[in-house]
Design a protein around this ligand. Structure first.
Ligand SMILES: Nc1ncnc2c1ncn2[C@@H]1O[C@H](COP(=O)(O)OP(=O)(O)OP(=O)(O)O)[C@@H](O)[C@H]1O
Length: 521
């Protein structure tokens, strides 16, 4: 092992910060070769993107996350070079007419979101020597060393690059893994804060019965099934149960079963071993493992595909699971809270939800009433959302309510429930400019008589879940004259993402065309 290799390795491995490691190595290498700047780039093979993740020059080392757009042609060329580098890693020397010079580094250092050359600043030619950084069978990125001047690198430097590429590759692999872990950790903390940091308004009002049941079930280990229309606060209730449970010091992990493609569901729930399927570059921990010692909140459980229902049932029965592609049997140490806005019982009858899984989950069903059935909570909720939203939006003002504003809110049917109310308050705050808040115009509803016709029992709410959903969607579309997205669109009223609404409409065979506004009768 050469002294050079030892010294570069020592400097690189003395820190987990890739920018610091690069700068330390740069400072040493500057004494033994022509060098004005060093870069580490990484590749996102799935998205065909390269990123500058660290650079070093005389002023210091800088960590970045700057995407470098690559044309298909460049990506293909890189692909060939990478394929060759996997078997025969060969450093690459280039002279540049448009140099990666100090000005370029200065721009990068300033953290400009898009790096642009300024032609007058490009004065000196520069040359680079690059090598691929390889970890196991993947090219993770490149190390690029640059010096001002022409043809400064030669075979001797190629040999040096060969030598130092290995510790750099290990450092890059570690830094990428470390960053992933930090990102995962931050996301988990954010989720946890969001779910357990929410105050449940109405605990002594319209949700007092729910609150009483939460207190009873929270300290047990029983699964809880939360039932309620979209936006009623099922996630908030799950957070309350976790907070009051014996597992409150453990994590609260959420999985939206409706948001994960069927092909990835097993891996999301149980994790996977490296190489378990194409694209499984690293071993991944699933939600069951992440929630260990805490609570796993399975939102939209009615959307769980049949194959995943079987696997979930198995874990609930045996308390054991395996990672996809793994052989080790793991013990599940989680309390399950599931939630749905669908009629699971009807799904069981239809055969779209397994009856054995339903029995397992239906130990303690807890129904959360829609907002229109607890309008007494609206004043406190509005107060809460004004306070929270103006803080989140950094508004310099905290407006009061205009006369009659609350009456308008309490007289509205709230098809999107608390989420719709929250969005409405946010919109009113933005529009208010500090003046007292009015809501009537934002509710954009038809005349009271027409509204009664639309919302009240003109069509009794009976039938299958799909029939009822279709009726609700049609009503929202009538009220918005067929407008789907944007403020006061049907998606907004129903508390759904416009694309989710469109796909539901397609599934339920509801016409997309704008409909004439319903005439008051
Ligand atoms: N009782 C409540 N007190 C305070 N905020 C609430 C309450 N209920 C709901 N919210 C707020 O309303 C929004 C929607 O609530 P949540 O996500 O819990 O509804 P959900 O029933 O889980 O909806 P979905 O069925 O669409 O998943 C959240 O921002 C939540 O903080």
């Amino acid at each position: 092992m050469s002294e050079r290799f030892r010294e570069v390795s020592r400097r690189i491995f003395s820190t987990l910060d890739i920018d610091e490691a690069l700068f330390d190595a740069y400072s040493y290498l500057k004494g033994v070769m022509p060098l004005d700047g060093a870069f580490i780039t990484s590749y996102d093979h799935g998205q065909k993107k390269a990123r500058i993740i660290a650079l070093a020059f005389e002023d210091g080392g800088f960590g970045l996350d700057e995407i470098i757009p690559l044309s298909d042609g460049t990506w293909d060329m890189m692909g060939e070079w990478h394929a060759e580098s996997l078997h025969n890693p060969k450093p690459w020397i280039r002279d540049h007419k448009h140099p990666i010079n100090k000005e370029f580094m200065r721009l990068v250092k300033r953290g400009l979101p898009s790096i642009t050359y300024r032609s007058e600043a490009i004065q000196d030619a520069c040359c680079t020597i690059s090598c691929a950084l390889k970890s196991k069978n993947t090219i993770l990125g490149n190390l690029i060393l640059a010096a001002e001047g022409e043809s400064l690198y030669n075979d001797h430097h190629i040999e040096m690059m060969h030598e130092i590429s290995e510790p750099f590759a290990i450092a890059l692999a570690n830094a990428m893994r470390f960053n992933d872990l930090v990102r995962d950790h931050q996301a988990l903390q954010r989720d946890n804060r969001q779910m357990t940091g929410d105050v449940m308004i109405g605990a002594h009002g319209g949700l007092s019965e729910v609150s009483r049941l939460i207190e009873q079930v929270a300290p047990t280990e029983s699964p809880v099934l939360l039932l309620g229309e979209t936006g009623t606060g099922k996630e908030v209730v799950a957070g309350e149960i976790h907070k009051l449970s014996l597992r409150c010091k453990g994590p609260l992990i959420r999985l939206n079963c409706g948001a994960i493609p069927e092909s990835l569901m097993d891996s999301e729930l149980f994790g996977h071993q490296k190489g378990a399927f194409t694209g499984a570059f690293e071993t991944s921990v699933g939600r069951f493992e992440r929630a260990s010692g805490g609570t796993l909140f399975l939102d939209e459980i009615g959307e769980l595909p049949p194959a995943a229902q079987v696997k979930l049932l198995r874990v609930l029965q045996s308390g054991e699971f395996e990672r996809v592609g793994g052989t080790q049997v793991m013990q599940a140490d989680v309390r399950i809270i599931a939630a749905t806005h669908r009629n699971l019982e009807a799904m069981v009858t239809e055969g779209t939800f397994r009856s054995d899984l339903w029995f397992r989950l239906h130990v303690f069903p807890l129904s959360i009433p829609p907002l229109r059935k607890r309008i007494e909570d609206i004043p406190a909720m509005v107060e809460h959302f004004i306070h929270r939203k103006s803080k989140e939006m950094n508004l310099p003002y905290r407006p009061s309510l205009a006369d009659g504003a609350l009456d308008a809110l309490m007289d509205y049917p709230w098809p999107g429930n608390v989420r719709e109310l929250q969005n409405l308050v946010e919109r009113a705050l933005i529009l208010s400019g500090g003046r007292p808040l009015h809501f009537e115009a934002l509710l954009n509803r038809p005349t009271p008589r027409a509204e009664r016709k639309v919302w009240e029992v003109e069509e009794p709410l009976t039938g299958t879940f799909d029939e009822m959903s279709a009726a609700w969607i049609r009503r929202a579309l009538i009220l918005t004259e067929g407008k789907i997205s944007g403020p006061n669109g049907a998606a907004d009223r129903l508390g759904l993402h416009p694309n989710t609404l469109r796909s539901k409409m397609k599934k339920l065979g509801i016409e997309m065309a704008r409909q004439p506004k319903m005439a008051p009768s």
